[in-house]
Design a protein around this ligand. Structure first.
Ligand code: SF4
Length: 444
């Protein structure tokens, strides 16, 4: 047995995936995810100890949310991304341990998950064999602990979507940490754990209500909607998953470009929200259920964006592999992961990590002001990675924009731009319909 995972209904023979996952998860990735979960439990324990001393640890919640989200079924098949999350978590844990030491927390009484450290691939690999599901020998205790962990993973996914829309609930975050830490507590009886499972269910409902509030506040109440099927003649982008904020940003960014946006599989319900109906290029739904993607993506000859868990790893000979993009907790080995924004500023977050060892080529399709590329330059420079050049398809500044790195546009053209008070259309009182692709001011 090279792995053990029984977290979903796809599990082999209804008992557990032991060689590789029915979902496509390989054994090495499964073992690496076991380490990430172990780390989340240790970090939760430390964070609670610090909270008891009156110390808040705001970095912990985003880490727990994203890490757990990465490990749910069909979300992330990129071992490098999981490993980066582990290194990120280890760094966070060192910081918490330092705080704990400085504030009188008795480290010696904490479980090993709270103090374990690693600096190399070999050390992480060695840990994989010590921390999987089967390390809890008693079957009943194991099942109850895992029920709690899976419930908390679901909460993490919902809570992260809500968080991205600006809705947070500290009570939920605290429960998640308490629940994770409790799975390390060998003093808990079966009855204690049954109560914890029931409480996990209650908090799961609370988290769903939080996400519902976030979605309906931002996008309106879902209503019965007729959704177009099939495709139009324009270039398109296919979006799958559940992250409505990603969909919104994509629709704003593509508006007026001649590109149509289609949903696939689990993104279909987005059409029911009134907000999205204003986008004329939100063209409809393409294809069938998420698990039919291996056939359906072959015939959709445009980019495919996975925003959450609904990924089936493509076959080796699949023609669409180089058209796959991921955001947030989603990941796929070989696919492009897209940088996020925070407070309007571009940022690598959700565990996309660069360091001094990485060489970076920045590539953009079209530049007008060069502002977005400059933002990427800044976030890459902050990581210490080395930028080796910038490639652009179309430079609409006519050559006025220069960067401090080697810069190659394939096409240069002059597109006239005006300061606001010199715009001839404004002087003719032509109504403003869209304020550029960045939407920093018009995006509510
Ligand atoms: S998540 Fe994948 S590996 Fe785990 S039980 Fe489900 S199908 Fe098996």
């Amino acid at each position: 047995m090279s792995m053990f995972c029984f977290q979903c209904q796809e599990t082999a023979k209804g008992t557990g995936c032991t060689v590789s996952g029915v979902c496509g998860k390989k054994d090495d990735l499964a073992r690496r995810m076991d380490v990430l979960i172990y780390l989340c439990k240790g970090i939760s324990t430390l964070s609670l100890e610090l909270n008891n001393k009156g110390i808040t640890t705001p970095e912990v919640n985003p880490f727990i949310l994203n890490s757990l989200f990465q490990t749910i079924t069909n979300a992330n098949f990129d071992k490098a991304a999981i490993t980066k999350s582990i290194y990120h978590g280890l760094e966070l844990k060192r910081k918490l341990l330092k705080l704990a030491n400085e504030n009188g927390v008795d480290i010696n009484k904490l479980p090993e998950a709270a103090t374990w450290d690693a600096n190399t691939e070999e050390e992480i690999q060695a840990k994989e064999t010590e921390v999987g599901v089967l390390t809890t020998k008693d079957e009943d205790i194991r099942s109850l602990r895992e029920l709690v962990v899976y419930g908390v993973k679901g909460m993490a996914a919902y809570a992260e979507h809500a968080h991205n829309l600006g809705f947070v609930d500290e009570d939920i975050y605290n429960f998640m940490k308490k629940a994770l830490a409790s799975t390390l507590d060998n003093s808990l009886s079966i009855n204690d754990l049954i109560n914890l499972v029931l409480q996990t269910g209650e908090y799961g409902v609370k988290t769903m209500a939080l996400l519902d509030k976030a979605n309906t506040t931002k996008y309106g109440n879902p209503e019965i909607t007729k959704v177009d099927l099939g495709v139009r003649n324009n270039p398109g982008i296919l979006v799958s998953g559940h992250d409505l904020l990603d969909l919104e940003e994509l629709l704003i960014q593509t508006e007026g470009t001649g590109i149509d946006v289609y949903t696939h599989g689990e993104m279909l319900p987005a059409h029911y929200y009134p907000y999205f109906k204003k986008f004329k290029h939100f063209a409809g739904n393409y294809g069938n259920a998420w698990w039919k993607q291996r056939e359906e993506f072959e015939t959709f000859n445009c980019p495919i964006l996975f925003t959450t868990n609904c990924i089936v790893p493509p076959f080796e000979k699949a023609t669409y592999k180089d058209r796959i993009y991921t955001t947030g907790a989603a990941g796929l080995d070989g696919a492009m992961h897209i940088a996020d924004r925070e407070n309007g500023k571009m940022k690598f977050r959700r565990d996309f990590v660069l360091d001094q060892k990485n060489l970076v080529l920045i590539v953009e399709d079209v530049i007008t002001t060069g502002y977005s590329v400059q933002e990427v330059i800044e976030v890459v420079e902050e990581t210490g990675a080395k930028i080796i050049g910038i490639g652009i398809l179309v430079d609409r500044s006519g050559g006025r924009i220069q960067f401090k790195y080697t810069f190659h546009p394939l096409l240069q053209m002059e597109v006239k731009t005006y300061p606001p008070d010199e715009c001839p259309l404004c002087q003719e009182h032509v109504e403003l319909q869209k304020r550029g692709s960045r939407n920093l001011l018009t995006n509510p």
